[in-house]
Design a protein around this ligand. Structure first.
Ligand SMILES: NC(=O)c1ccc[n+]([C@@H]2O[C@H](COP(=O)([O-])OP(=O)(O)OC[C@H]3O[C@@H](n4cnc5c(N)ncnc54)[C@H](OP(=O)(O)O)[C@@H]3O)[C@@H](O)[C@H]2O)c1
Length: 421
């Protein structure tokens, strides 16, 4: 369908699809704020021309030169409109979720039109489906399809890769184990995130195979990959002797650990033949930390259990949870932050500490930054990327090139060799 055989000839570098939603608007604002006139050829896309015009008007109040910002209308369930949209740009990012409900046709269109793609899904079951349906074709076409470019799972995926590269380059050791502990952090939640989480719970309450997939630590590995040594998820309270703190299960480990393991597999298992990864949430130090880790572990199991009950879900949706389009206020986003701590152990005994942090609301302001820099990296840094095409991960698709972009954009990726938390 594309009239531009060479993707470099396409009129746009980057399109933001979902720009009328809560997170998509933040991505557009990030680009407006950080990329001046002539620095990037970008546009916004959505299903409603009127809403897109409203977003452009708001952006123009900050940056007058955006009065001509290209607008593209495409609906998630109209494949022709999607192909027409993606044929105009070198790369596209999507915030149209729940992805399991609205995301699949766009991925198919990107593979057909050879348009690189990034999104912010955290829906393991949908990513698995996209791998099964499109990895081989994307690989043949040299198209990089990269889900999970938000708070899930960039801090985990690029953080682990940073530790592995340091052990290899400085200590000349393969990596045996990386642990990452998230916390403290502050931020809010949007209606789209709630809708996506509830959709996973609804789908899995109907489907036993899906429940089995969600419990599989290697749910996103290429078919036939070796699964040893086993890396079970943390299920209860635990003490981390290196970080000297108590930890509890982290809800996002359910996607992040699968993405990290897929990266290791796609990168030819170069992290190390015995590589293991685990992720948890900081609950504190001393006896209070121990108590908190027990409480948080129980609350997580209880909370997810309660959400599996349809009337509880319906009540929460009606009276408590944010609607699609809503999300944390600007003040909450500005006050937000996240920190995470890494410990990596090499096969030769080296032990290295690291830190990944963001300085605004992780799920929204920092996620907008991570997604925007990912899609720009896919569009403009192609000469520096060593990956081929396929259904990839942030680390396997963009790795160090994206990490350096994010550090320039204000995120912290830091090694503390010989130090401690
Ligand atoms: N990974 C992370 O860290 C992270 C962080 C934040 C959000 N997320 C995920 O991002 C997604 C969006 O969240 P959000 O809070 O921004 O949601 P939202 O405010 O509800 O926005 C959803 C967007 O999808 C669009 N949309 C819905 N149906 C469509 C269709 N048929 N065709 C085209 N566009 C359609 C909406 O368009 P209209 O405006 O026309 O309704 C809107 O632009 C969710 O899946 C959430 O889980 C992930």
């Amino acid at each position: 369908m594309s009239e531009f055989r060479d993707t470099k000839e396409r009129p746009l570098d980057v399109l933001v699809w979902g720009a009328t939603g809560y997170t998509g608007k933040l991505v557009a604002e990030y680009l407006a704020e950080h990329y001046g006139q002539g620095e990037l050829r970008w546009g916004i896309a959505g299903r409603s021309q009127q809403k897109l015009e409203d977003v452009r008007t708001q952006l123009t109040r900050r940056r007058a030169f955006l009065a001509d910002l290209p607008l593209v209308v495409a609906d998630a369930h109209d494949p022709v409109s999607l192909r027409r949209m993606v044929a105009q740009t070198r790369a596209i990012c999507s915030t149209v979720g729940p992805f399991a409900l609205h995301g699949s046709a766009l991925v198919a269109a990107c593979v057909q039109e050879r348009t690189h793609y990034a999104d912010i899904t955290g829906e393991v079951q949908w990513v698995r489906r996209m791998i099964d349906e499109h990895h081989d074709a994307a690989s043949d076409a040299g198209v990089r399809i990269v889900p999970c470019c938000g708070f899930d799972s960039i801090p985990s995926d690029l953080g682990v890769q940073m530790m592995v590269e340091h052990l290899r380059d400085v200590h000349h050791q393969e990596t045996r184990l990386v642990r990452q502990v998230f916390g403290p952090s502050r931020g809010g939640v949007s209606g789209g995130t709630v809708a996506s989480l509830l959709n996973v719970i609804e789908e899995s309450s109907r489907d036993r195979t899906l429940r089995r997939l969600l419990a599989d630590p290697y749910a996103l590995d290429p078919k036939g990959s070796p699964k040893t040594p086993s890396s079970p998820d943390q299920k209860g309270p635990a003490y981390d002797p290196d970080l000297r703190c108590w930890t509890a299960p982290f809800v996002m480990a359910a996607i992040n650990t699968r993405v990290v393991r897929r990266s290791h597999a796609l990168l030819g298992r170069t992290y190390g033949p015995r590589f293991q990864y685990g992720e948890s949430m900081l609950s504190g130090e001393g006896p209070w930390g121990a108590l908190a880790s027990v409480g948080v572990s129980a609350a997580l199991v209880g909370g997810l259990g309660a959400l599996a009950i349809p009337p509880v879900r319906a009540l929460l949706k009606r009276f408590v949870l944010p609607e699609p389009g809503d999300g944390p206020s600007e003040a909450t986003r500005e006050r937000g932050f996240f920190r995470s701590w890494l410990v990596a152990e090499g096969e030769g005994g080296a032990k290295v500490f690291g830190r990944v942090a963001g300085h605004k609301d992780p799920g929204y302001q920092e996620t907008a930054k991570m997604l925007a820099e990912s899609v720009i990296c896919l569009a403009l840094d192609q000469d520096q990327l060593t990956s081929g095409g396929g259904l990839l991960t942030p680390a396997s698709a963009m790795g160090r090139v994206l990490r350096e972009r994010l550090v320039r954009a204000g995120m912290t990726f830091q090694i503390d060799d010989g130090g401690s938390r």
